[in-house]
Design a protein around this ligand. Structure first.
Ligand code: ATP
Length: 309
């Protein structure tokens, strides 16, 4: 179909009872990238991932994984992808080492090609290799899930909300491992609510809302789509009320000498904003600017999509 890592065409899913969770999603995940799938709760992200995992049947459309159509070549498609599910489900009486061995067995990985200890090391669980899984902390279980998804060395790893409930240090370790895999050529897809993380990690970001794709852009382009910019200015004298000027979108008095000014960077630049202040008799002591982040873009896009839909 295409040489994308994952290719999705007009994907639709209507659950029994009539809930339409995916409404015509078309999307390519390029090989070798870290790809972020974002969307508010209930947007359809898990449905999409469960279709990739073979856990949910699609209603319409076509999906291929590493070039294998999931209907025509389900075994090859499945072998090409490792999925880290949102929910933690293990047999509590197996140890991490046994869990990985069992999973490798399910995927038909020959004994001499298994990488149980290597994988446990990679997720910092080597000292827990022989502990019962039920004695692991939440973060450890999540890391074990990542190792489990990699036993058959798939070229694509999908993580569904991998950092929910994971503390900052463990999250960092998890991302370090994801970056290592990425450096080894693994294509990574992740869903997350942490926009900052998506911004930091992902090469490309797609946003779904109400089962529809509303954005699919390189991360930098997406961030650039936010037109609002904020400049914080410290002026040289006390001011009682914030001054007004046509180039300000919004102005707030943050302190006696501190102003926070929002402007549209597609219309004016920071120089215009500062000149307007000087024209009003204010000298500039200090200036700091804040780039719009993904949160802004995300909110703007989902708001616009809701208004249109
Ligand atoms: N098995 C099911 N039967 C019926 N409706 C379902 C089922 N699973 C999900 N849905 C509905 O489909 C929609 C999409 O759900 P989905 O879990 O894919 O969203 P999500 O983007 O993953 O959300 P979250 O971030 O909360 O996990 C929601 O309205 C949900 O209630």
């Amino acid at each position: 179909m295409s040489d994308a890592a994952i290719s999705i065409r007009d994907l639709q899913k209507t659950y029994k009872g009539g809930k339409r969770a995916l409404d015509g999603v078309t999307l390519d995940v390029p090989r070798g990238q870290i790809f972020g799938l974002l969307g508010p709760n209930g947007a359809g992200k898990s449905t999409l991932i469960n279709i990739l995992a073979g856990l949910v049947n699609k209603s319409e459309g076509a999906v291929s994984i590493w070039g294998f159509d999931i209907d025509k070549h389900p075994r090859n498609a499945k072998a090409s992808i490792g999925i880290v599910p949102q929910e933690i489900l293990f047999d509590p009486f197996f140890t991490p080492a046994e869990t990985l061995e069992l999973q490798a067995g399910l995927y038909g990985v020959p004994k001499d090609q298994r990488r149980t200890m290597e994988l446990l090391k990679a997720v910092h669980l080597e000292d827990k290799a022989n502990a019962y899984s039920r004695t692991l902390s939440g973060g450890m279980k999540r890391r074990l899930l990542v190792a489990k998804a990699m036993v058959h060395a798939p070229p694509i790893l999908v993580l569904d909300e991998p950092t929910a409930g994971v503390d900052i240090e463990l999250r960092q370790q998890l991302w370090d491992y994801v970056r290592t895999l990425h450096a080894q050529g693994v294509t990574v897809v992740l869903t997350t609510h942490y926009l900052e993380e998506a911004e930091e990690l992902c090469d490309r970001i797609a946003i779904i809302n109400h089962g529809r794709l509303i954005a699919n852009e390189p991360t930098r382009a997406l961030v650039g789509m936010a037109q609002e910019k904020v400049v914080e200015v410290i002026v040289d004298k006390d001011i009682a009320a914030a001054p007004d000027a046509p180039c300000f979108d919004k102005i707030e008095l943050k302190g006696e000498r501190t102003l926070s000014i929002t402007y549209r960077k597609d219309r004016v630049n920071a120089g215009d904003v500062l000149a307007a202040l000087q024209e009003r008799g204010l000298g500039i002591v200090d200036v700091s600017t804040k780039e719009a982040d993904l949160e802004d873009v995300f909110l703007n896009l989902t708001r616009a999509a809701n208004a249109n839909g």
